[in-house]
Design a protein around this ligand. Structure first.
Ligand SMILES: C[S@@+](CC[C@H](N)C(=O)[O-])C[C@H]1O[C@@H](n2cnc3c(N)ncnc32)[C@H](O)[C@@H]1O
Length: 278
């Protein structure tokens, strides 16, 4: 087993490092208010010690620091370049409030029973061994602590208007490709069982919708940036008809005031049980 063992490596991002960081930024910011609302609903409170796993360039970390003024946030990330971006972006926050950990979700190196709340956003879909990650997070949570996984399930990805007939075929082919590399873009549906298997109880799950009419079209422009898909066409994963339709959708999102898009994220929550001492 390797430290990273996931399908996300920014070094391979089709958009290049800087544009990919920007894409992560808009993707994190678009629906944050709703995600934070749900995190609070699941029990996230100011003052808690919070672990964020796969924190990347730290846009979610920043929102957590702003939203939870008395909390200590630990941002864990396997990629040293992304960790460095987060460190320099967030250097205004003093060290007792913010700690960075350079390690893998599979083996965090953090002590047992430490955190009140853990958040993994758009990490689990990439993991080769999601069960191992859920177990490791379970270990570092305090009894009674909670994990929320924010992720996707491409079967309920969302919609693009004007619709294009081959959208579902494109989504499926890209998901199949990611599966061949060890990821799972349909992970959303299996999160309750994954959490239960790792020992979590009091499971819950919701879907959060981001809509361009509510959150702006910018984030969707990044999602549908055609440069993300050219390589899939060139290496034969997408056929010409699929690529042409995707290209048209990208054009629409960028230039047509009639166009809009909607995207769904799932949020699954589980609690580490409090064991009764006899
Ligand atoms: C799609 S990005 C999401 C970043 C951030 N959570 C967000 O929502 O914007 C996935 C992140 O998980 C990190 N990652 C991948 N494999 C990991 C692992 N084994 N342990 C910890 N982080 C990992 C990547 O480097 C990347 O920063």
């Amino acid at each position: 087993m390797n430290e990273r063992d996931s399908t996300y490596n920014i070094a391979n991002a089709k958009l290049g490092f800087q544009n990919e960081v920007e894409r992560l930024k808009v993707q994190a910011m678009m629906g944050w208010d709703k995600e934070f609302r749900n995190l609070s609903w699941y029990g996230l409170q100011n003052g808690m010690s919070v672990l964020e796993l796969g924190s990347g360039p730290g846009f979610v970390t920043e929102q957590l620091l702003n939203g939870l003024q008395d909390s200590k946030i630990t941002a864990l990330e396997v990629d040293i370049d992304l960790l460095d971006v987060a460190k320099s972006r967030l250097d205004k926050f003093p060290s007792p409030r913010l700690q960075f950990v350079h390690s893998s979700v599979y083996d965090t190196g953090l002590p047992d029973n430490t955190f009140d709340f853990a958040i993994a956003r758009l990490l689990f879909l990439h993991l080769h061994y999601p069960e191992k990650a859920a177990e490791e997070i379970f270990r570092v949570l305090k009894p009674g602590g909670k994990l929320v996984i924010i992720d996707v399930d491409d079967q309920v990805f969302g919609v693009v208007e004007p619709n294009f007939t081959l959208l579902s075929s494109v989504i499926q082919k890209l998901a199949n490709y990611q599966a061949s590399k060890g990821g799972n873009r349909y992970i959303g549906r299996s999160l309750p069982r994954l959490l239960a298997k790792a020992g979590y109880i009091d499971l819950d799950m919701d879907t959060v919708t981001q809509h361009s009419d509510l959150h702006g079209i910018e984030g969707f422009k990044r999602q549908f940036d055609i440069n993300r898909f050219i390589a899939f066409y060139k290496n034969g994963i997408l056929n010409k008809e699929e690529f042409d339709q995707l290209n048209q959708a990208s054009e629409n999102i960028n230039n047509s005031p009639e166009a809009y898009a909607m995207m769904n994220f799932v949020m699954a929550c589980g609690k580490k049980p409090i064991l009764n001492r006899l």
